[in-house]
Design a protein around this ligand. Sequence first.
Ligand code: UD1
Length: 418
Amino acid sequence: MDRIIVRGGERLEGTIPIGGAKNSVLKLMAATTLAEGDYLFHNVPRISDVAWMAELLETMGMTVGWVGDHDLSIGHGPDLVPEAPYELVEKMRASIVVLGPLLARYGRATVAMPGGDDFGSRPIDMHLQSLEDLGAVIEAEHGNIVASTDGLRGAAILLEFPSVGATENALMAAVLAKGTTTIDNAAREPEIADLAALLNRMGGNVVGAGTSTITIEGADRLEAVEHTVVPDRIEAASYLAAVGVAGGEVILEGARHDHMAILCQKLGQMGMRISPDTNGIWAMCRKRLTSIDISTLPYPGLATDYLPLCVAMLAAADGVGIVTENLFAGRFKYVDELARMGADIRTESHHAVVRGVDRLSGAPVRCHDIRAGAALLVAGLGAEGETVLSDVHHIDRGYDDIVAKLSAVGASIVRRDD
Ligand code: UD1
């Protein structure tokens, strides 16, 4: 059982390299099912979600291998079996995004129904509806989604909500559909724009990704290419939160300020200094943070994934912050763990009231999901004494070597296997 042990009180000074975005690379990997050939991705984080997506592609008959530290090669040969088994989908819900591209390329796909996860039920009705709009026939059989088509056709898709996953599934299916597709009320995340950039490089014709309306002209065939993954704004946000809590001055090398402008503005209101820098983002914090109110919204609003990090910052800030989670119900489980560190937080439905305390105190805490784990780690950097995090496999899903990156800028942090 690996644990991460953090001793609070050290300021952070130096440069932290930001890797490729987890929430992009998983979809880019899924997109390789669209065309045979050899792909090479640069700036790929060494995280367990990437390993699981690799395993899923290998199960289907593809070959995946690391080339050097952060380059990943993927080979798509002629013998792909378009099936995603439960053992892998259960581990990682994001694997549902193979459904659209498999269906578009092979005319059929069987993907295990993803279950719930640690922050509430996560339906996939919009994914399925948009594929049906494109001409898919979808049935549920023995816990699997079985989709088939005699040829996808372009359609006008209107999403009820700008779902990231539904936009990606629809986009990857439409890119090989016959004719024109529009996706309205599409999600606008930088990771969607990154996926569209890959698809265009492969020979697709996608216009408007990153805005609410995406137009796709179906291509007859696509080809394998090389692509560099967009930087991970949530990883960058985690290190911003770390500086906010611990104090110090860092450069987040490779991070994109324009992808996280609202978060940077909010952290500025809390008392941090943050600016775009030629190498990424520069951030400084020299005093105790001031509380503000925060609510999550689809991009470009404040991402739901930032919220646990913001709550960790508010927990020891000066004042009271009201926090509202608008995307996922039940995403406040980590609050009980923060309370073990002395945080004063009351939750009611999708709101939390965070009364900042002078200083948190280190305690043994358990990670419930990726971002909750990162938030507890961040809280530990400012706490008095030692914080011992268990179930750190959740952190490994989304953070490439967080212990080494933080200790390189002066944090007192170690990983122990005992
Ligand atoms: C992605 C991100 C996740 C992030 C989330 C929102 C990945 C791997 N994960 O998740 O980190 O927190 O975007 O920015 O990229 N919904 C439905 N029906 C659907 C689809 C979604 O009701 O068919 C609801 C969800 O329950 C949720 C909301 O829509 O309330 C947003 O979900 P969505 O944007 O789809 O998130 P994911 O793509 O699952």
